[in-house]
Design a protein around this ligand. Structure first.
Ligand code: DCP
Ligand code: MG
Length: 564
């Protein structure tokens, strides 16, 4: 048998997934909606609905007309403009982060957070007073011993997985160190969830474990507004079964974050011996497949385009090993990018291109002013650029010309051109309309012509305009010493993709090149491979969700980010 990968269980990681997020944003705005069945519409789809609606038979990614038939009294709100969701998401992120030492909070999409609370848990573990464990005090501030909350450290808060039995060796009286640390983490999670609910109006579902992977997976066991802790033993030996293995084993292979649809398909094909890769295959099926181990996984999953060491990595994931760090949060985006997609024939002449580029550029400039300018408290101070992007990038995606038989193949590739960002964009006194027009006229159109040398005839499916290569402004803050942010954050592009904004009354179509690491929160190995043309009904290659063809456009809005 192949050597077991080593899991690092020194960390305590909490996961939060806000309940029916888009619907909750509307409920927070209008609390009267809470008691009614509420559905959020994008195109003809219910992208999410509140739990009152779910009780009445509605669900995510349902046709609006079906929702109305099943529940005629449903209240429908439009959710195509993502601004309020983005703003709520940022606000909650900052709120939660304010509690977490070292700011070790990572956003995974709009509505999920990973929190590394190791330091907080270990500090409180050392202060536990065994003689009065029932009313323990959780310290939230090392320098002020009065800040915190009381909790009963004789038991976990919320559910455990597996459910705890009275006589279990991991019952509260007899916990291992890891068990006790997880228990303390479960109380911190409960505290954060109730703060979020009472101060911000959002409920969330949570998980507690030792990695992002396990905390996220175990968190989804009890929904909504619940939390679950994956309890020890985590290790396997001759006498004990590992709860990590037991928990993971029953999952369908594709439900595991980090295993996208392509990898899952290859693994299913390997295990079932059928080319199609269909059928239900669990983690256990793969793990116990004859000769399974890193070399066979490498052979099965490797090849052109696959990441090096993929066999070893997936072998680890199958054993619940995820040693990736919770990325420290940051306030500034590494890039801002705006894009829109266009129907056939809409962008086939220079005037329409200029018009659309001006619209996108205006949005880009507006977004830069929102996200990169510090206006000071109550707008009293002189506005100041917190960061200066150095590069302007234009990307397009042309449609392939028709084949002889009249059919067209889908072109998933973008072409891009970059140039230094002209300093005129930093002029805060000029109005956005004229600034956008000048930038397009003097710079962007030139970039476009270099990308598309023919005078006309191109049929573009997508335009994207972005500012990248962000450099923080020199300033008096420790953080802002003119360092290149790009270099400071090795994984920045996976952290901040949510800053891509779709400019659209007409939301982006789901195209297979829409990437959504941020929204899904996990970089799947197969992401960079070329994608197939759109099918009538597809499984999202990023998050793995099965998407009926009619829901593709709406689903694309969920994937607001793009790969660069
Ligand atoms: N979303 C979307 N398209 C999808 C899935 C989600 O547009 N296919 C949007 C709407 C959701 C938000 O993203 O509100 C978060 O996604 P979740 O899957 O976490 O769904 P919810 O938070 O709505 O519901 P749940 O309570 O099941 O987490
Ligand atoms: Mg959610």
């Amino acid at each position: 048998m192949a050597a077991l990968p080593v899991r690092d269980d020194r960390r305590i990681v909490l996961h939060l997934d806000y309940d029916c997020f888009y619907a909750s944003v509307f409920e927070v705005e209008r609390p009267a909606l809470k008691s009614q069945p509420l559905a959020v519409q994008q195109k003809q789809i219910v992208v999410t609905c509140n739990y009152e609606a779910r009780r009445r038979g509605l669900h995510k990614l349902q046709l609006i007309k079906d929702a109305k038939r099943i529940c005629p009294e449903v209240v429908i709100v439009l959710g195509e403009d993502l601004t309020k969701f983005r703003d709520a998401s940022k606000d909650i992120y900052h709120f939660i982060r304010s509690f977490i030492w070292g700011g070790r909070v990572e956003r995974l999409g709009f509505d999920e957070l990973s929190l590394d609370v190791t330091e907080m848990v270990d500090y409180n573990m050392n202060l536990l007073n065994q003689s009065n464990i029932k009313s323990s005090f959780f310290h939230l501030d090392k320098s002020d011993p009065t800040v915190g909350f009381t909790y009963n450290a004789t038991g976990f808060h919320g559910f455990t997985n597996p459910p705890q039995e009275q006589e279990s060796s991991e019952s509260a009286n007899n916990l291992s160190t890891l068990g006790m640390r997880l228990l303390i983490g479960s109380h911190l999670l409960s505290h954060l969830r109730s703060k979020l609910e009472y101060e911000k109006g959002f409920t969330a579902t949570g998980g507690v474990s030792t990695s992002k992977l396990l905390a996220k997976l175990v968190g989804s066991v009890h929904k909504p507004n619940q939390q679950t802790t994956l309890i020890p033993p985590y290790e396997m030996d001759d006498n004990t079964e590992s709860n990590v293995i037991g928990f993971l084993d029953s999952h369908e292979i594709q439900k595991i974050p980090g295993i996208g649809s392509r990898l899952a398909q290859k693994l299913r094909a390997k295990v079932t011996g059928q080319d199609t890769g269909d059928g239900k295959v669990t983690v256990r099926d793969v793990r116990l497949h004859p000769n399974m181990g890193p070399p066979l996984l490498e052979k099965t999953l490797g090849g052109p385009g696959a990441a090096k060491g993929i066999g070893q990595r997936i072998w680890g994931v199958l054993h619940g090993v995820d040693n990736t760090e919770v990325m420290e949060g940051r306030d500034l985006p590494s890039q801002i990018s705006i894009e829109d997609t266009y129907g056939r024939g809409r962008l086939d002449n220079i005037e329409s291109v200029r018009r659309e580029l001006t619209v996108l550029t205006k949005s880009l400039l507006r977004r830069m002013r929102t996200d990169l300018v510090d206006r000071g408290e109550l707008n009293a101070e002189k506005p100041r650029w917190l960061a200066h992007p150095r590069t302007l990038r234009l990307s397009t995606r042309p449609r392939n010309p028709p084949e002889i038989d009249g059919t067209r193949t889908y072109n998933a590739n973008r072409t891009s051109r970059s140039a230094p960002l002209p300093s005129l964009v930093f002029n805060l006194d000029e109005n956005l309309d004229s600034l956008a027009e000048r930038l397009v006229q003097d710079h962007v159109m030139g970039m476009f012509r270099k990308l598309h040398t023919e005078r006309s005839g191109w049929d573009l499916g997508l335009l994207n305009i972005a500012v990248t290569n962000m450099v923080e402004s020199a300033g008096d803050q420790k953080q802002s010493s003119g360092r290149d942010i790009g270099k400071m954050f090795r994984q920045q592009e996976t952290v901040l993709r949510e800053w891509t904004v779709y400019e659209s009354d007409d939301p982006p179509k789901l195209t297979p090149d829409v990437k959504a690491v941020e929204q899904c929160g996990w970089q799947d190995e197969d992401e960079d491979e070329d994608e197939d043309p759109p099918l009538l009904s597809i499984e999202c290659s990023i998050c793995g969700a099965p998407i009926p063809h009619f829901a593709q456009q709406a689903h694309a809005l969920y994937h607001v980010s793009e790969e660069n």
